[in-house]
Design a protein around this ligand. Structure first.
Ligand SMILES: *Cc1c(COP(=O)(O)O)cnc(C)c1O
Length: 405
């Protein structure tokens, strides 16, 4: 590939970097980057092959290692998150797994905030113990207990903020200082906010992970993930990924890199719609509480304002009356999708107590802020009036007749 007429720009602005970062052009002079659907790449000669394998020069060898489409996605994400290097992976879970497993060995201990994505919780509680890796969960709302939970063999501090689905906020700067003081690798799952709203590396995160399936793709089309961090940290992840095989496909890399071109405008609109919906819900008498990081009623409103550009695309609330009412609400929705994704152009509703978190006990659910009637809305890009109208009619329909009359 030639770099001729490839007007790349490295800017201080998010939008420009997300759009004007492109791997080289071919002789066809294409404007948009093509999909490099190839398993391997040819060597110029014996010496070229030798030097690529010896890591003396960079270049593509095999698409399980690297590919121009996944590289472009990685380059953009590094600029957007402010990290040196990255590794694109086949799913968010491949990213979560490698962001921990690449750095741990038998006998190590991991500290994690309690409310994590379901499969991340399974890795920590079901898979790591098989390999002699132990963990302690700490509560998001009790930061004063975290330091005492650190052991001599603790290697990683892993967290997610805002938490899912309660939308509690962890102070990224404070957690970064704690990790540094105890020499822990500081890992943040930044999926809910995307690099547009929050950059954990600014607060000392050594490793930032994403499920790109969510807002980054933003259109419910693909599964993908990425791990970002220093050259040194990503070298460990790359070693694990190359030899165990969870590479992102060139096609999905192409989709995700194109998706980043519109991430800023989509996030602005997701957040604007979510904020308006949260304000509406606060005014609805049948709603017992609303959680949205940028509502002044959120217990950590000031902290959210400090570390997030906008409040995000997710809103949690509870309809009065508990689990039955929550289920009735979902059954009454006419437009809003009932599906297990988030960060789509289409608004999505979920009821964590009867679905994603149904295997927890009532007490475990309450520990992570999931009340029986809690509903999580991933606010999409439809017109806000239509989103609010559907939610309003479903709340109305969920109220038992005896209460209504
Ligand atoms: C969806 C999600 C994941 C897992 O990502 P996949 O792309 O589904 O594998 C991890 N963390 C968070 C916070 C998520 O929302």
């Amino acid at each position: 590939m030639q770099d001729k007429s490839n007007k790349n720009a490295s800017s201080e602005h998010f939008e420009t970097n997300a759009i004007r970062t492109q791997v080289g052009r071919s002789n066809e002079r294409e404007h948009a980057v093509p999909i490099f659907a190839t398993s391997s790449f040819v060597f110029d000669d014996a010496e070229h092959a030798r030097s690529l394998f010896a890591n003396e020069q960079s270049g593509n060898i095999y698409s399980r290692y690297s590919n121009p489409n996944t590289d472009e996605f990685v380059k953009k994400m590094c600029l957007l998150e402010g990290t040196e290097d990255g590794m694109a992976l086949a799913s968010g879970m491949a990213a979560m797994f490698l962001s921990m497993a690449s750095f741990l060995k038998s006998g190590d201990h991991l500290l994690a905030s309690r409310s994590l994505f379901g499969s991340t919780h399974q890795i920590i509680t079901q898979i790591f113990p098989r390999w002699g890796i132990t963990h302690t969960y700490v509560d998001v709302d009790k930061p004063e207990t975290w330091e005492a939970a650190i052991q001599e063999n603790t290697k990683i501090l892993f967290l997610e903020t805002p938490s899912n689905p309660a939308l509690d906020i962890i102070d990224l700067e404070w957690a970064g200082k704690l990790a540094k003081k105890h020499n822990l690798l500081y890992v943040v799952d930044n999926c809910f906010t995307t690099p547009y709203l929050q950059n954990p590396a600014k607060y000392g995160a050594d490793v930032v992970t994403h499920s790109a399936t969510k807002f980054i793709d933003g259109q419910g089309r693909t599964i993908g993930g990425i791990v970002l961090g220093s050259k040194e940290a990503i070298e460990e992840v790359r070693f694990m990924a190359r030899h165990t095989g969870p590479a992102l496909s060139p096609f999905n890399g192409w989709i995700l890199s194109k998706s980043l071109e519109t991430l800023s405008v989509r996030m602005e609109k997701h957040c604007e719609n979510a904020h308006k919906l949260a304000e509406y819900l606060e005014s609805n008498e049948e709603v017992s509480f609303v959680k949205y990081p940028f509502l002044p009623s959120h217990p950590q409103y000031e902290l959210a304002k400090k570390q997030m550009r906008l409040g995000g695309g997710l809103v949690s609330f509870e309809v009065k009356g508990g689990i039955e009412q929550g289920r009735n609400f979902l059954d009454a929705l006419k437009m809003i999708s009932f599906t297990a994704n988030l960060g789509d152009t289409r608004t999505i509703a979920t009821h964590p107590a009867s679905t994603t978190h149904s295997k927890l006990t009532d007490e475990e659910r309450l520990n992570v802020g999931i009340t029986p009637g809690l509903i999580r809305i991933s606010v999409g890009l439809e017109h806000i009036d239509d989103i609010i109208a559907d939610i309003a009619q479903a709340i109305e329909a969920s109220v038992p007749a005896s209460v209504n009359s």
